[in-house]
Design a protein around this ligand. Structure first.
Ligand code: NAD
Length: 363
């Protein structure tokens, strides 16, 4: 199993190191190859996604990605900014489906900013389309930086677009995921205002005819944002476009206590995937050894399940994480009175220790 390991910037480096430690005690044979991406790659090679990194990712069975970005790159021309690396990887690997589960662990109910009754037992799956929408529309108004400034522009624009095949394939992914869960899909749009999302709604409705066992409802994105904090457990599978998915999945992440807990998978049609935490490079805490590595460790579990077909190993990681939380260990982002505060490295060590004790369970 060939894995491209791309730690990236900021806390990406610290959390990926812990995830790699976890992979190394799994009794599976991984060929791990590291490469630079994002700001680190820009510093070394003048581009956030060098050809060699892209080739490594394309040739791998899966990619383990940390995070990219730092405020110091905000004045660079857009194509050279670290965040372009993740867009480039999605585009070049054809990663069109982003799975972001938002699960509230029993032990962390108190870490959420919502009342425990609203989120206890929460288990929703946000499926975000990744290759279309306003992030890839043409034409795009470009702001070209000159000596770090944007001179003379009075206007900027981006174009929102979706094609029928793009909507159809993500709708199939959502209905098939729902068939394995509670057989409900909420499609989130803004059809009342945007033509692109009236089209989205129509195509999702057409695809739903092929899944008579799955109930479909439609919700406007502003209402969905409200319902996610009012009654999040009403949702099961949520499918939406690239931009709405970006925003709603971060909102859903916070329901569970910390964005540092939430993994994600981005898959292509061949189930090749890029696995990364839902959060960014957190420059505010980078280098302090306090970042929560669990989202990245749980991303390895998703990798084992979706791309590497090793569900038992995925279960082992998830139960090791539960054990560690049950023992009261917490990084700062999920710490509450009575817990034991640990560093990034100590949290990784604790998962490794729990894993080396767990026996393989059926699943
Ligand atoms: P962020 O997710 O990096 O951080 C938001 C907040 O959450 C910060 O207070 C941070 O300290 C905290 N946080 C995030 N991950 C954490 C963890 N594992 N443990 C504890 N606390 C954690 O978002 P941001 O601050 O808006 O963006 C920072 C940089 O990351 C920007 O350059 C942005 O473009 C980039 N970014 C990259 C990705 C990616 O690589 N896929 C995704 C989002 C943002």
């Amino acid at each position: 199993m060939k894995i491209a390991v791309l730690p990236g910037d900021g806390i990406g480096v610290e959390i990926v190191a812990e995830a790699v430690k976890v992979m190394q005690v799994l009794d599976l044979h991984f060929e791990l190859e590291h490469a630079l991406v994002g700001g680190a790659a820009y510093e070394a090679h003048g581009h956030p996604l060098p050809e060699s990194t892209l080739k490594l990712a394309k040739d791998a069975d899966a990619v383990l990605f940390g995070a990219v970005g730092d405020w110091k790159y905000d004045t660079l021309d857009r194509p050279l900014r670290p965040e372009q690396a993740i867009l480039g990887l999605r585009k070049n690997l054809g990663l069109f489906a982003n799975f972001r589960p938002a699960i509230c662990y029993e032990e962390l109910v108190g870490a959420s900013s919502l009342k425990p009754a609203l989120i206890a037992g929460l288990d929703i799956l946000i499926i975000r389309e990744l290759t279309g929408d306003i992030y890839f529309g043409q034409p795009r108004g470009r702001r070209i930086a000159v000596d770090g400034h944007f001179p003379g522009s009075e206007e900027a624009f981006d174009t929102m677009r979706y094609s029928r095949p793009e909507i159809e394939r993500i709708a199939h992914v959502a209905f098939q995921a729902a068939q394995k869960r509670s057989k409900r899909v909420t499609s989130v749009d803004k059809a009342n205002v945007l033509e692109t999302f009236q089209f989205w709604k129509d195509v999702v409705t057409e695809v739903s005819q092929q899944y008579p066992d799955v109930a479909l409802d439609h919700m406007y994105v502003d209402n969905a944002a409200m319902q996610l904090v009012k009654a999040p457990k009403k949702f099961d599978v949520v499918v939406t476009g690239n931009m709405f998915g970006d925003i709603l999945s971060d909102e859903a992440a916070m329901l569970t206590g910390s964005i540092g807990m939430l993994p994600s998978a981005s898959l292509n049609a061949q189930q090749q995937g890029l696995y990364e935490p839902s959060h960014g490079s957190a420059p505010d805490i980078a280098g302090k050894g306090i970042a929560n590595p669990l989202a990245t460790i749980l991303s390895v579990a998703m990798m084992l399940r979706y791309s590497l077909h090793q569900p038992l190993a995925a279960n082992r990681i998830e139960s090791a994480v539960k054990q560690v939380l049950a023992s009261g260990l917490r990084t700062t982002d999920i710490y509450a009175d009575g817990n034991t505060r640990v560093s990034t490295r100590q949290m990784g060590d604790a998962v490794v220790a729990a894993l080396t004790k767990t026996t393989i369970t059926k699943g």
